[in-house]
Ligand binder design. Structure first.
Ligand code: PLP
Length: 400
């Protein structure tokens, strides 16, 4: 027998598998409704003008190794961007930071540190539904991962009662993975008032919030608005937390893998210790992070004009996504399509759960996809997870 007899075949990742099928599809009118990547009005990837200008600026940069924790200017600028210029935690030096391999790498680093800090008996709570990678990122570390009802399929809205009850009932010290904005895949976020309540419960129950911040700025078009939940928990309520930030979506730097993990601690000493742990973990895993994307982000954030341009680019992207939602909704209503389509315009961000049954989705995916293209052209990125669609079977309305 060979050495690898005991290695079981792992099924391909649903979203990347769909993109593979999409790439292989010869249809001229195909559209990728799976992967959350922004496209412009011709259905093409968009290199943000702010990013293009930053690339010109860094064109003479060398290719030396970065420090283990990453590019210092990137870490400092990005930390202040996320937590706010006047964040007490930043001012009091209670923030550890480490450059990561995009948002996924940040979640993994955060999980590794928390596993060491809190131990294997600690539960990680994730929403149901959630981004398809959350469960396996934390299970791979060794955590027990528990999901709870977040989204009400019948109404297409946030189930805030379930959310609050789960926080109230969780054991102190439990980790809650919170989508900072534009919940993936439901597009349903708590209101600011609801976030305030959640922060109060988290504080009183001594829970640990781990913010997954993959869509800051691209959701409402205003960075500060999208960072509200993080800043409220950290700055106003003073909770210890982790923030996993990705620049994939909001700078269009998907393949450059540029992200940041921040730990907000009670004391500067704890921040130093956590940062040393992050350095060790990075050294073991990748030695030091990639430079190109971090240089771009630092160039954008470090220059007033480029930063202003980026903020304009954010509102262009979020505005186009909102317009696509409205156009798809209007078309479905105009065509008197049976079903309740309000959720398309109520849900936020790149994703939307249409609430279609699996059979309908498969039909749309195949020969009848042209129907969706005609009405939503050029691109509304609609995400779904096959498992979620199966589970929502009973609640469906019919499109065709
Ligand atoms: N978290 C959420 C909720 C996401 O939707 C994504 C990407 O789709 C990520 C994290 C990670 O993205 P990346 O690793 O490309 O930054």
């Amino acid at each position: 027998t060979g050495f690898f007899e005991r290695v079981a075949l792992v099924p391909p990742d649903a979203i990347f598998e769909l993109t593979k099928q999409y790439n292989a599809d010869a249809s001229e009118s195909k559209v990728n409704l799976g992967q959350g990547t922004y496209k412009d009005s011709s259905g093409e990837p968009w290199i943000l003008p702010a990013v293009q200008a930053a690339k010109e600026e860094i064109r003479r940069a060398n290719h030396e190794y970065l420090p283990i924790l990453g590019l210092a200017s990137f870490r400092h600028l990005a930390t202040k961007l996320v937590l706010g210029e006047s964040s007490p935690a930043v001012v009091e030096q209670r923030v550890a930071s480490c450059q990561t391999l995009s948002g996924t790498g940040a979640l993994h680093q955060a999980g590794l540190v928390l596993y060491e800090a809190l131990g294997p008996s600690c539960t990680v709570y994730i929403t149901e539904p959630t981004w398809s990678n959350h469960r396996q990122v934390f299970e791979a570390i060794g955590f027990h991962v528990q999901s709870y009802r977040y989204y009400d399929e019948a109404t297409g809205k946030l189930d805030v009662t379930s959310l609050e009850q789960t926080l109230e009932a969780a054991a102190p010290g439990s980790i809650f993975v919170m989508h900072a904005c534009a919940h993936n895949p439901s597009g349903c976020d708590p209101t600011q008032e609801q976030w305030r309540r959640l922060a109060t419960i988290a504080k009183s129950r001594n829970l640990f919030p781990l913010f997954d911040a993959a869509y800051l700025g691209i959701t409402s078009g205003d960075y500060d608005t999208d960072a509200f939940a993080i800043r409220h928990f950290v700055n106003d309520v003073g909770i210890e937390a982790a923030v996993c930030t990705s620049f994939a979506k909001n700078m269009g730097l998907y393949g450059e893998r540029v992200g940041l993990v921040n730990f907000i601690t009670q004391t500067p000493e704890a921040a130093i210790a956590v940062e040393s742990k992050l350095a060790q973990l990075t050294r073991v895993e990748i030695s030091n992070p990639p430079a190109f994307g971090a240089r771009i982000v630092a160039a954008v954030l470090g220059d007033d004009e480029l930063r202003a341009e980026w903020f304009r680019n954010l509102s262009t992207m979020s505005g186009r996504i909102a317009e696509m939602r409205q156009r798809l909704y209007d078309a479905l209503v105009r065509l008197k399509t049976p079903g309740d389509w309000e959720r398309i315009i109520q849900q936020k961000g790149m994703f939307c759960i249409l609430g279609l049954p699996l059979a309908r989705v498969l039909q749309l995916k195949g020969k009848q996809l042209s129907f969706a293209i005609r009405i939503s052209k050029p691109t509304l990125t609609v995400a779904y997870d096959w498992r979620e669609l199966r589970e929502t079977w009973m609640m469906q309305s019919w499109l065709l």
